[in-house]
Write a protein that binds this ligand. Structure first.
Ligand code: AMP
Length: 420
């Protein structure tokens, strides 16, 4: 009768278990790297997102006017909200300030596998440092999170937007022309890039060199083409140090320079990175991040900022594609009252076991021992407790170990020690 809104999903208990598992792992590693959790609202004022991305971003937003006439939107990401929060309340916090978040995001995207209209991001923002070790640690953090979940087939690609900008400048592009190219570069559409540059009257020699430099993984080679660009040379040097630290000290060997990482260019500046799982095909990007400048745009006192966001939905898809099994906590104890006279005592025992931390369930259907046993079996309970008038009289329960088949009468007072 009612349809699920396009691009959204329902999550079965088994799906929720996967989300809960990766959320726990990711949170734990954020904390191990010194990050603290924050939360911001699911909706924000519309101008928070149009301020940085322009009116055209509205195409991608779930925006609405509330009953008070306020222009609001469901959040499409969490960096802008966290920066708003920082400027509001956290500017005086000692630096470096390391914040992380996990939350749902909404984008009016074209839905497909790995691309939804509601999806979940786990991300972080780093305020204060702009050293190579800070950026290397940030990238190492994202890699460690995905790797520790069991993803072995992932690659880390590191680019630099200051260098891309210097390459654009060498081609004498106008700012409008500069904005046209990044989406093509991001998708590595070299033919389209060539046509566009031809339209912009760039010589074939310069086009070939530009594409060649986009392709290179050799920083020293890029450096020889940046002689007149002081800032780009500094950024090249920084990028080189970050990659060296990642290779040699963080021991992440699967990271490499990839100049075609451009991340939309909106407010990113300097180092950017993406982590992908090639096994996922078209929507293979699991994580994106880098150095950005938003604080001054939002009216705060500028400090260096960098961050990233991991897509949790795609991370689960990648784990499933790689055939990694998720830990699945088994239900532990199922209590069966043999008849109505033993229901109160069954509840007392269930309460005692739950208080002691056991996952305990009780037959609520009054369906008799045979059917209840069958149910407990299909649900993979490890222990079954049967309480009948005989047990009640003896102040005991019948405890059946479903793994060994062993069945014994256990007095109430011995039940906990027996279970242990
Ligand atoms: P972005 O904020 O666009 O850099 O996205 C960060 C990460 O979020 C991406 O690497 C994806 O893993 C994930 N992501 C972005 N958009 C979607 C979407 N529509 N559906 C599912 N995951 C997404």
């Amino acid at each position: 009768m009612f349809q699920l809104p396009r691009g959204t999903r329902d999550f079965k208990p088994a799906d929720m278990q996967k989300y809960r598992y990766i959320q726990q792992q990711i949170s734990e590693i954020f904390q191990r790297f010194g990050y603290e959790e924050v939360r911001t609202p699911t909706f924000e004022t519309l101008d928070l997102f149009t301020a940085k991305s322009g009116e055209s971003i509205k195409e991608e937003l779930y925006d609405f006017t509330d009953k008070g006439g306020r222009k609001l939107t469901l959040r499409p990401e969490l960096t802008a909200p966290v920066i708003r929060f920082y400027i509001d309340q956290l500017q005086m916090e000692p630096k470096p300030l390391k914040l992380y978040y996990i939350g749902n995001c909404f984008r009016y995207d074209r839905p497909q596998k790995g691309r939804y209209r509601e999806f979940w991001q786990a991300g972080c923002e780093l305020f204060g440092p702009n050293t190579p070790e800070a950026y290397a640690e940030l990238i190492a953090l994202a890699y460690t999170q995905l790797h520790s979940l069991g993803l072995n087939n992932i690659t880390v690609n590191i680019g630099n937007l200051t260098i891309i900008d210097a390459l654009f400048t060498q081609l004498n592009l106008t700012s409008e022309q500069k904005q046209y190219l990044p989406p093509l570069i991001d998708k590595v559409l070299y033919e389209d890039i060539t046509h566009a540059l031809q339209d912009f009257d760039v010589s074939q020699e310069h086009i070939t060199r530009f594409i060649n430099l986009l392709e290179t993984t050799d920083i020293d080679h890029l450096s020889t083409h940046m002689k007149n660009h002081q800032e780009a040379r500094e950024q090249l040097n920084l990028t080189k140090q970050v990659i060296e630290l990642l290779h040699q000290n963080f021991q992440i060997t699967t990271c490499q320079l990839k100049m075609s990482i451009v991340r939309g260019l909106e407010y990113y500046k300097g180092i950017v990175f993406e982590i992908e799982a090639p096994s996922l095909g078209a929507e293979k990007q699991l994580c994106g991040g880098g150095v950005y400048e938003l604080i001054s745009l939002f009216g705060g006192n500028d400090v260096p900022t960098a961050g990233f966001a991991i897509g949790m939905d795609r991370t689960i898809l990648a784990l499933e594609t790689e055939g990694i099994t998720f830990p699945n906590p088994e239900p532990e104890i199922y209590i069966i009252p043999v008849d109505q006279t033993t229901i109160p005592q069954s509840i007392t025992i269930a309460t005692m076991l739950r208080t002691h931390g056991y996952i305990t369930d009780l037959d609520l259907l009054r369906r008799g021992v045979g059917k209840a046993l069958k149910y407990a079996n299909t649900k993979h309970y490890q222990y079954i407790i049967i309480i009948g008038p005989k047990e009640l009289e003896q102040q005991a329960v019948t405890l059946r170990n479903m793994m060994t088949g062993e069945q014994t009468i256990v007095p109430y007072n011995d039940l906990l020690s027996k279970l242990e």
